[in-house]
Design a protein around this ligand. Structure first.
Ligand code: ATP
Length: 206
């Protein structure tokens, strides 16, 4: 049975932290495919991406091809919607599970994102549609979200992975790039080259 993980996010830009958690999750859960899916519009984040959807998708393609072209793949499943509405993960997972009725589907997130599960649209359905892989992030506790009374069955669909310690965030990267600093140590090489070539993140949108 094919094992596939949805890995959603802003990817503005994709960085070493993203690759570290995709690698750790693929290794720990024998994933055949991790889909890096930039969201055109994130329901819980303020609008105002620095890079366009197409640029973020291209950077994900570059990062995936560079890091692990067999297991990692960029996906346009969260492309802009015709009516301009945000991309809700519950809809994305419905689409993915319908497209792959025989796959074991996972949703991959960092610990910070997971803490807000209660604010997501249809949390119970989200846990039905996919097993969750939640990966540690420096400075963030790794545990089940507070305020959600999860049943034992729901908890059994959540896997906590406590072995990634990459202190990198896209916000910090954008700040550094806007100050003209190089960030090559935090970025896949082809992503750093793309950012330089397209003069991305020269000014801060905050
Ligand atoms: P921003 O700083 O713009 O909020 P980000 O660095 O958190 O961005 P996102 O694209 O929003 O990156 O993250 C996508 C997913 O990857 C989220 O589930 C997030 O928790 C996870 N993630 C990002 N960076 C790390 C990291 N360094 N360690 C663990 N998880 C991470």
């Amino acid at each position: 049975m094919m094992r596939v993980a949805l890995f959603g996010g802003s990817f503005d830009p994709p960085h070493r932290g993203h690759l570290a958690i995709a690698t750790a999750a693929s290794d720990a859960f024998a994933l055949d495919r991790v889909l890096f899916a930039p969201a055109a519009r994130q329901p819980l984040k303020r609008d105002g991406h620095s890079a366009s959807f197409d640029q973020r998708l291209t950077m994900c393609e570059l990062a995936c091809a560079d890091a692990d072209p067999v297991r990692f793949q960029a996906s346009s499943v969260d492309a802009p919607l015709a009516d301009g509405s945000p991309n809700y993960t519950v809809r994305t997972l419905e689409l993915l599970t319908a497209q792959r009725p025989h796959a074991r589907v996972f949703n991959l997130v960092g610990a910070d994102t997971f803490q807000h599960l209660g604010k997501w649209r249809e949390p119970c359905r989200l846990l039905q549609l996919a097993e969750w892989i939640v990966v540690s992030r420096p400075g963030v506790p790794l545990h089940y979200p507070e305020g959600l009374a999860l049943t034992a069955a729901q908890r059994s669909r959540i896997h906590l992975l406590d072995q990634v310690h990459e202190d990198v965030s896209a916000t910090e990267l954008r700040h550094r790039l806007a100050l003209g600093r190089r960030c090559d140590d935090m970025l896949p090489e082809p992503v750093a080259a793309y950012i330089a070539e397209h003069a991305l993140y020269r000014t801060l949108i905050q």
